[in-house]
Design a protein around this ligand. Structure first.
Ligand code: HEC
Length: 183
């Protein structure tokens, strides 16, 4: 009796493990198909998307000379506020690799959040907010209407705001004319 009972238990356990695995596989298939990786090409497309308040609209196709005069020159990363907030030249020279990682983290947050939320919430080791003026609210990042429309379109293909921002980071490095990102 006991043997037969545990046999039944085993079968149902096997069944539940099987159906759980099937469920897991079913959940994974769409995400394996979608979820494109970040790329400079994707960043270029998003950066230059037509419409009001895309990155290009304010910053210009080359990273300067766009429609918003106050927009940072993406061609000159050493002039960015993030560079100053992280301690500028002295800090950069001490450890360029670590500095670049921190600059990337701060910039990705700014791009994803836009200036207002970034000003209010961004904190990181080595990032001294007091060393800079808050970012102008004009820096909308991905919250500009053309970027929102792009994100909506590509979210169907699995592109998340993180992948989009990472792609922009890759594209912005190409706009650099100071060879800052080459080091
Ligand atoms: C509506 C105009 C506008 C849009 C849209 C916009 N920006 Fe900006 N951006 C600005 C302005 C203005 C600044 C300068 C802000 C400041 O220094 O206070 C800026 C600054 C920056 C900086 C320099 C950050 C720093 O640390 O100084 C980067 C990088 C940047 N923008 C990237 C982007 C990217 C990528 C996009 C597209 C997702 C984008 N921006 C969309 C106006 C805009």
């Amino acid at each position: 009796m006991i043997g037969a009972f545990s046999g039944v238990m085993k079968t149902s356990k096997v069944m539940s493990i099987l159906s759980f695995s099937v469920l897991l596989a079913a959940m994974m298939i769409p995400s394996l198909q979608a979820a494109p990786a970040a790329s400079a090409g994707m960043g270029k497309g998003l950066y230059g998307v037509e419409g009001a308040n895309s990155c290009m609209f304010c910053h210009g196709i080359s990273g300067e000379g766009g429609k918003v005069k106050e927009a940072a020159k993406l061609t000159h990363p050493k002039q960015w506020k993030a560079y100053a907030a992280l301690g500028g030249d002295a800090s950069y020279k001490k450890d360029p690799k670590v500095f670049l990682e921190k600059m990337k983290a701060a910039t990705l947050d700014l791009i994803k959040m836009g200036a207002i939320r970034h000003n209010a919430t961004y904190k990181a080791e080595g990032y001294n907010k007091a060393a800079i003026k808050p970012y102008s609210a004009q820096m909308m990042g991905l919250s500009g209407s053309a970027s929102i429309a792009w994100l909506k379109k590509y979210s169907d293909k699995g592109v998340t705001p993180d992948v989009a921002a990472e792609s922009l980071w890759l594209h912005v490095q190409i706009l650099d004319q100071e060879a800052f990102f080459k080091n």
